[in-house]
Design a protein around this ligand. Structure first.
Ligand code: ADP
Ligand code: SF4
Length: 691
């Protein structure tokens, strides 16, 4: 198919200093939980982005010196010469894919606790370090000799980055992560010397390091400055007016401006808390201050928005982290006129959770993300089928839909049976909850793919029993039958049932529009992800007075890993939800709740005319258990295997369900592994002698 001429503008080449980007698609730096621990997995991930059409592919932040490292986060390191080969491997991979390779050099300063190097962190002022974990570490105020050291370290890192093969070298002053950002902001910079006070003074370090970088990078490389547009903390934070002035002061110095907004939490808001293109008001007018190309982000997935932003002179490059994770081939798909093949990011930030949990990146929409090298999965290519087996997939939630479409692309003949009329399983239901409408994209993309496949039949309103499975003549059955929320209080705090009256409600009830009649509702959340907070919002919108109780010290505590916790707590407080943290429900008789302090166990009672339990789930395994009992009948039925996947095996995130679907498709016809080794590749450190 040909590309729509409306999008031609997105495929114009753009100059970046001495370089030419082949189009306007720019993968801005993003973390991935791989970093220095998993370099080949990381290199392959970047390479596939370049293959998918991104003109520029950037690394995540790269620590330039051991006096500023951000353990326990795992990023890249360029501390010494011996780090160069690892970085070169990544640059080479990006070049192999056809992209320009950008490296985000970073001196974290007072954002690096230095838990590994044990160096005393440095910043513009004597202040506690500004990390996510409130480590008990203070940074010391840099003197002029420290500033000279930093300039030298940065220059050396630029030279090393060039030797590693990078084309675009970043100076990082955004997200509150880079030292240059701390100098810019009056929030951190109280200096009275030439590096403090006026904006020109606070910007001095950024200017000097940018000048050093230009010089050290040489004539063949480009230099990018990544700047925060506004810290969004009011006075005395760095504001949009100051950002414009800084860009004015240094307008033509870098070869490119990459603009971010606020902290990382603000810049990478989930769809629950910010729409596509939320940064646009801040970006407006920047291009009038500089002639250099401008990159901005905004979880862009709509080509019309992208083309409009370029046409209106807001941006030169469409920056993307998450849209490039959800669909590494997004540019190619626009170029080839295949818009409905774009796997749109749903804005859930599961990808971000990889960084926060120091584990390999994963993505709800793109199950191959992070598995490109580890398992050899590709976001677009599927291995041809190895047999003529006919496969039955039971259940059309995220696991079943992904499994059916992936098997279909491999060429297998597939039947997908779903009990309901509507497809999508939990995604179809959860997308109707407050703030989660973008989650429907998990279903929509897969349905569109299935429509194009002639070899997958979909049977709606088909609740299958064991007799059906055995009578249909399939060689393989995949059970993606989902899970059911528990009604007995079992989750993390209580691992055995607690006494609760039958009238209790669960998320399944609320999602089926069965709400408690009572005006006051107690919602007990021992799940700790999004569901408790989202249902509290739903109940408030339905006119109920809600108390959210949780044994955790804060609501939705796991959403720290998706950078939503503060936003959720703020929203619930603003909605008037009463929050009772560090309290565990121990019993409910239909009128009163018995509650225990999560720390002391001290008991109390309070009125609770209605109760919603957001606790654990149980797999819907009845079909699987019956089929297992009737194992002796399989052979006559021609059935070789029955496999439960997704929530039907063990309830988890939607990302785990799509991964399980893809995994089944990838692995059903692999030869049995000869031993107990892991089913993914990994790298281990090279050992050095003891002395
Ligand atoms: P997952 O997240 O693992 O994909 P979901 O709960 O989202 O799980 O989806 C499970 C789907 O399976 C639901 O749409 C449900 O209606 C369907 N389902 C459950 N049992 C059966 C069955 N026996 N026959 C057909 N469909 C089923
Ligand atoms: Fe988007 Fe979620 Fe995938 Fe991240 S994990 S890229 S937010 S769909």
């Amino acid at each position: 198919m040909a590309r729509d001429p409306r999008y031609d503008i997105l495929f114009e080449p753009v100059r970046i200093g001495p370089l030419t980007a082949r189009n306007r698609f720019y993968q801005v730096p993003h973390c991935n939980g791989f970093g220095y621990r998993d370099p080949s997995a990381l290199a392959m991930l970047r390479r596939i982005k370049a293959e998918g059409g991104w003109a520029v592919v950037s690394t995540e932040q790269v620590e330039i010196h051991h006096t500023s490292e951000i353990t326990p986060f795992i990023e890249l390191r360029l501390w010494e010469e011996k780090d160069i080969p690892m970085l070169a491997h990544i640059a080479d991979a990006i070049h192999d894919g056809g992209g320009l390779a950008a490296i985000e050099l970073c001196y974290n300063g007072m954002n690096g606790p230095n838990l590994m190097s044990r160096a005393v962190p440095m910043g513009p002022a004597h202040l506690p370090i500004a990390t996510f974990y409130a480590d008990p570490v203070q940074a010391r105020r840099m003197d002029l000799a420290d500033i000279a050291d930093l300039r030298r370290w940065h220059r050396v890192a630029v030279e090393r980055a060039r030797r590693a093969g990078f084309d675009i070298i970043y100076v990082y002053a955004a997200h509150g992560f880079g030292c240059m950002h701390h100098f810019l902001s009056r929030r951190y910079n109280d200096r009275t010397d030439e590096y403090g006070g006026s904006l020109a003074n606070r910007a001095r370090l950024l200017r000097e390091i940018t000048e050093d970088t230009k010089e050290a990078a040489g004539p063949d490389a480009a230099v990018a400055v990544r700047l925060t547009l506004d810290e969004l903390v009011g006075e005395p934070g760095f504001t949009i007016e100051e950002a414009r002035d800084v860009i004015g002061l240094m307008a033509e110095l870098p070869d490119l401006w990459d603009l971010a907004l606020g902290s990382w939490e603000e810049d990478s808001k989930t769809s629950r808390f910010g729409p596509e293109g939320a940064q646009e008001p801040f970006l407006a007018g920047i291009k009038q201050i500089t002639t250099k190309p401008v990159v901005g982000v905004g979880r862009f997935t709509t080509p019309d928005t992208m083309a409009r932003l370029v046409r209106q002179g807001v941006l030169d490059f469409i920056g993307a982290a998450r849209p490039s994770i959800a669909d590494p081939f997004l540019p190619r798909k626009i170029e080839e006129g295949r818009l409905d093949d774009i796997r749109e990011c749903i804005g859930c930030n599961i990808c971000v959770s990889g960084d926060f949990t120091q584990s390999p990146i994963r993505c709800t929409q793109n199950p191959s993300m992070g598995e490109e090298w580890r398992k050899g999965w590709h976001p677009e290519r599927h291995r041809p089928r190895q047999s003529a087996a006919r496969i039955l997939v039971v259940g059309a939630g995220p696991a079943g839909l992904e499994c059916a479409q992936a098997l279909g692309k491999r060429g297998y003949e597939v039947a997908l049976a779903e009990a309901r009329r509507d497809l999508g399983g939990r995604v179809m239901l959860e997308a109707k909850l407050p703030g989660l409408s973008a989650w429907a994209r998990v279903r929509d993309w897969r349905l569109l793919q299935l429509e194009k496949l002639g070899n997958v039949e979909i049977y709606r309103e088909s609740l299958l029993a064991a007799d059906d499975v055995l009578g249909m003549g399939f060689q393989r059955a995949v059970l993606a039958t989902g899970a059911t929320w528990r009604r007995d209080g079992v989750a993390r705090f209580h691992t055995r049932p607690i006494p609760v009256a039958k009238a209790v409600f669960t998320p399944d009830d609320l999602m089926a529009s069965r709400l408690p009649d009572a005006a006051e509702v107690l919602l007990y959340d021992d799940d700790h992800y999004y569901m408790g907070g989202v249902l509290a919002e739903l109940l408030v919108k339905a006119g109920r007075q809600v108390t959210l109780m949780t044994p955790a010290p804060e609501v939705s505590t796991w959403t720290r890993a998706t950078m939503e916790q503060a936003a959720i707590q703020r929203r619930l407080l603003e909605l008037g939800v009463t929050l009772r943290t560090a309290e565990a429900l121990t019993a409910w008789d239909g009128a009163e709740a018995e509650v225990a302090c999560a720390y002391t166990g001290r008991r109390s009672r309070r009125a609770a005319p209605a109760l919603v339990l957001v606790t654990a789930r149980l797999p819907n395994e009845a079909l699987g258990l019956e089929l297992a009992q009737r194992r002796a009948e399989w052979q006559d039925a021609g059935l070789a295997s029955v496999t439960a996947i997704g929530d039907a095996l063990a309830p988890g995130t939607i990302a785990m369900a799509t991964y399980a679907g893809r995994r089944y498709s990838e692995e059903l016809d692999l030869p049995p592994r000869p031993d107990d080794r892991p089913d993914f590749r990994r790298e281990i450190a090279e050992l050095l002698p003891f002395v």
